[in-house]
Design a protein around this ligand. Structure first.
Ligand code: NAD
Ligand code: DAU
Length: 346
């Protein structure tokens, strides 16, 4: 069972598993919040080994029914509230889904699988944001102490601790991975790259927070899905694996590269989209720099990113340009209302 499979990363993981493991039953459990979109899985949703269940991880009875119905053997848990800016506005949504929802899932898995967990894996997908912020140098390793700064990262840190604690206390076969910023097709246009692609298409301002010198480590989402497959099948129980792109970019440099690539693809004159860059008030508690040391997963499991940033970004832009109907669907209705409230008067 994959939770959050209708979201950005989850949909890539579901697609990979449904296609690669036709002999396995893959259940996508998702509440379909604003970020969940079954259109993301149109190409595989008629496959015989794919099943969708619209269940909220806050609904314990609903979870129990799904475990019983399919005799769930393993969980890959991606369902979460995932946007830092939303967590600043509505922290409780993050407490409920990310902390309580994860503990619900652990409790149901424990009740259905125990007391002998040797054939059942609980794999929790987490983020590099739990480690806090780096200075100009250094990398996050699996040994870096947790130091979360946003309600989002605090809620993810808490859920990581619960997963680890259930592994230690009840001997559940848990594993955790902490990944850096993903980008690629189906990325919800509230996050930096898809939002800016959308705004460049529409020639709307590109709202850069603060001085734009914040650094993130970007990984193509399909490389993350491959890493998840590997950790799920070969990761050592009780261990944590950091996953990253070895690919640091200051936001402003990334935005300028995006503008340049999009001007070329849209046949606009060079420098056209850069004029849309608008510096706005900073995100409160904004972490200055993230960068992952992914050498453990490379050394122990043999994973490394396959797609270069230039190639991945180009493919991502092409995908958004070729799927503008998808973009329109997700930017209408409720999302539009959210967008206005977030950027109005800023
Ligand atoms: P997303 O917001 O695109 O998707 C989240 C999915 O979870 C949606 O389909 C949503 O409907 C579902 N969901 C939310 N609340 C739910 C609930 N209460 N019950 C059931 N389903 C619910 O998120 P994403 O960017 O794909 O991230 C997936 C996971 O990966 C998250 O756990 C996130 O913390 C983690 N992560 C994300 C990134 C990134 O760069 N996006 C990086 C590292 C880790
Ligand atoms: O590091 C992994 C994390 O990456 C994941 O755990 C989160 O789920 C995911 O949302 C992402 O978090 P970030 O906060 O890093 O991503 P976001 O795209 O929101 O922002 C990336 C950077 O761009 C960050 O420094 C803030 C900045 N930014 C973002 C937006 C939306 C802007 O300057 N302007 C914007 O409008």
């Amino acid at each position: 069972m994959i939770t959050g499979g209708a979201g950005f990363i989850g949909s890539h993981v579901v697609r990979l598993f449904v296609n690669k493991y036709p002999e396995c039953t893959i259940i996508n459990l998702d509440a379909l919040t604003y970020a969940g979109n079954l259109e993301n899985l149109k190409d595989i949703d008629t496959k015989p080994n794919y099943h969708f269940e619209k269940v909220n991880i806050l609904d314990v009875k609903g979870l129990e029914e799904v475990f019983d119905k399919y005799q769930v053997t393993d969980v890959i848990h991606l369902a979460a509230e995932s946007h830092v800016d939303r967590s600043i506005v509505s922290p409780m949504d993050f407490v409920y889904t990310n902390i309580i929802g994860t503990v619900n899932l652990l409790n149901v898995a424990r009740a259905k699988w125990g007391p002998d967990y040797s054939n059942n894996r609980f794999y929790h997908i987490s983020t590099d944001e739990v480690y806090g912020s780096l200075g100009d140098t250094g990398l996050f390793t699996e040994k870096t102490p947790y130091d979360p700064n946003s309600p989002y990262s605090a809620s993810k840190a808490s859920s990581d601790h619960f997963v680890r604690a259930y592994g230690e206390t009840y001997h559940m076969q848990t594993v955790v991975s902490n990944c850096s910023n993903n980008y690629g097709p189906y990325h919800f246009p509230e996050k930096l790259i898809p939002l800016f692609i959308h705004n460049i298409i529409q020639e709307k301002p590109l709202p850069v927070y603060g001085d734009g010198l914040y650094t993130r480590d970007w990984l193509y989402v399909k490389d993350h899905a491959l890493a998840i497959d590997l950790v799920f099948h070969t990761g050592v129980t009780g261990e944590t694996y950091n996953i990253g792109g070895f690919n640091e970019w200051k936001n402003i440099d990334l935005v300028k590269l995006l503008c340049k690539q999009m001007d070329q693809k849209l046949g606009r004159e060079e420098g056209h989209s850069e004029k849309l860059i608008t510096y706005i008030k900073d995100r409160p508690g904004h972490d200055r720099r993230y960068a992952i040391d992914a050498s453990k997963i490379n050394r122990e499991l043999g994973w490394k990113p396959a797609v270069t940033f230039e190639q991945g970004l180009s493919e991502t832009i092409d995908w958004f340009l070729n799927n503008q109907e998808w973009l329109q669907n997700v930017t209408s209705g409720n999302y539009q209302h959210y967008y206005e409230s977030m950027y109005h008067n800023r």
